[in-house]
Design a protein around this ligand. Sequence first.
Ligand SMILES: Cc1cc2nc3c(=O)[nH]c(=O)nc-3n(C[C@H](O)[C@H](O)[C@H](O)COP(=O)(O)OP(=O)(O)OC[C@H]3O[C@@H](n4cnc5c(N)ncnc54)[C@H](O)[C@@H]3O)c2cc1C
Length: 265
Amino acid sequence: MRTSRRQFLQSASAALVGLSIKGGRPVAGTFVNDSFQMGHQLRDRKRFSQPKQVVKRAVVIIGGGIAGLSSAWRFHKNGFTDFVLLEMNDQPGGNSRWGENEITAYPWAAHYVPVPGPKTIYVRELFEDLGVLKNGQWEERYLCFTPQERLFLYGRWQEGIEPAIGLTPADRDQFRRLEDRIHEFRATGKFTVPMEIGVSDTTADLDRLSFADWLHAQRMDSRIVNWYMNYCCRDDYGAMTNNTSAWAGIQYFASREPEEKGPLT
Ligand SMILES: Cc1cc2nc3c(=O)[nH]c(=O)nc-3n(C[C@H](O)[C@H](O)[C@H](O)COP(=O)(O)OP(=O)(O)OC[C@H]3O[C@@H](n4cnc5c(N)ncnc54)[C@H](O)[C@@H]3O)c2cc1C
């Protein structure tokens, strides 16, 4: 069943109320940076007020999320200034916006970046400009250290998110085979980020197949392997393995360095 945005918002509000009742104390909550009024104005073709000023620019960047901000950064760095960046919210950043309270700064959504590999030239350059990368070294304060993630499995905590306890020999064999396959894909360089370096027609077939079908074809039917793959697809793509292409499922792993430290936050 498809849920409309309205239904989702109603159930989210109901959940906040529900939490308050169970917890016995009110949970204060609201939606931030929600510019739906302006979106509705556009949708309903309502009239906007007349512009007070007309400015002509060679380039208009619409949206000050990380994509728009990166474009502006690149233009500016190359000495091109005949552009304007338009952001409809009060604060730029889009899904990477942040907030701050008396204790700490915190993200509203996006909050980590896998440590960019050596071929990720623009991201590394940006991080150099931001002081996150200095003389080839990642600034310690931006790196996350272990324990980063833990998993509660069979009544026990384990370090790391990849299931490691209670595995049968068949589960272990499948995890090992999966790792070998990912290693092979990584070695081809076709899953490297940025995508224009790696992407190639020879991996197009993987885009016509779901990740679930690919796993099945590889005889990787272990419940726990599939749980983990679903977790990863939900985390990065908001979808399960049957709604994620095999290319995207493999790219999740094969684009990352095998022994990467971090992530950066
Ligand atoms: C909950 C959550 C967690 C995430 N966590 C991570 C993470 O940890 N790591 C990671 O790498 N990625 C993460 N992501 C994904 C990441 O946030 C996005 O891929 C990325 O921020 C998208 O950037 P963008 O610039 O393309 O778009 P957006 O961030 O959506 O920015 C678009 C901007 O355009 C503005 N805009 C839209 N329409 C108009 C208009 N008509 N006029 C003017 N302005 C307009 C919006 O207000 C917004 O500021 C997460 C996403 C979410 C939702």
